[in-house]
Design a protein around this ligand. Structure first.
Ligand SMILES: CC(C)(COP(=O)(O)OP(=O)(O)OC[C@H]1O[C@@H](n2cnc3c(N)ncnc32)[C@H](O)[C@@H]1OP(=O)(O)O)[C@@H](O)C(=O)NCCC(=O)NCCS
Length: 152
């Protein structure tokens, strides 16, 4: 387990987040989208996990009524399997409870077995499939978990 610092992202983190996107996803989020979010108060919450000054991973959480929506989560390959995503999710769990949300939901690529294993390990279950959700035509699986999350 790597104990990390979890904090809110700031506009100065944009380049690091873009770098994580490029390494972690075939279709990365665009810089202008991240820039817009970080410069617009009241939009999604961006949290970063920092190890010795380097952003090792980050996540994005939004909210719709009583449901928190995990919009993104990524950890650099060299930092994986060290509990970093779990620590980001623990922080998002606390924020969701502050928001008085009852559940958290997310979309994950149907062929992303590692992410599906990760989410299953913290109590997410299958809710539905959205055909052709992603830009390349892949289906999304919608997963949901009751709050508080089961973080062991
Ligand atoms: C999914 C992802 C965020 C997990 O990050 P991580 O920091 O490595 O995850 P953790 O170390 O906190 O893992 C916690 C648990 O999840 C499960 N898990 C994580 N990675 C796994 C893997 N490769 N295989 C099987 N189970 C895995 C395990 O139960 C693990 O606990 P353990 O290591 O004690 O067995 C990371 O693999 C990633 O960034 N992937 C690419 C981007 C992506 O697909 N994001 C999800 C978009 S929906």
């Amino acid at each position: 387990m790597q104990i990390v610092d979890i904090d809110f992202c700031v506009p100065g983190d944009i380049k690091s987040l873009v770098g994580i996107e490029a390494v972690c996803f075939d279709i990365p989020w665009e810089e202008r989208l991240i820039e817009r979010d970080l410069n617009e108060p009241g939009s999604a919450i961006y949290l970063k996990a920092t190890v010795k000054g380097e952003i090792a991973g980050y996540g994005v959480l939004g909210r719709a009524e009583d449901t928190a929506h995990l919009m993104n989560l990524a950890v650099l390959p060299e930092y994986r399997r060290q509990g970093i995503a779990l620590q980001i999710m623990a922080a998002f769990g606390e924020i969701s409870e502050d928001w008085q949300c009852r559940r958290m939901c997310l979309e994950v690529r149907s062929n992303n077995a590692i992410a599906r294993d990760f989410y299953a390990s913290i109590g997410f279950v299958y809710l539905s499939r959205v055909k052709g959700y992603y830009a390349d035509g892949e289906d999304a699986l919608v997963l949901t978990a009751r709050l508080p999350l089961r973080l062991g």
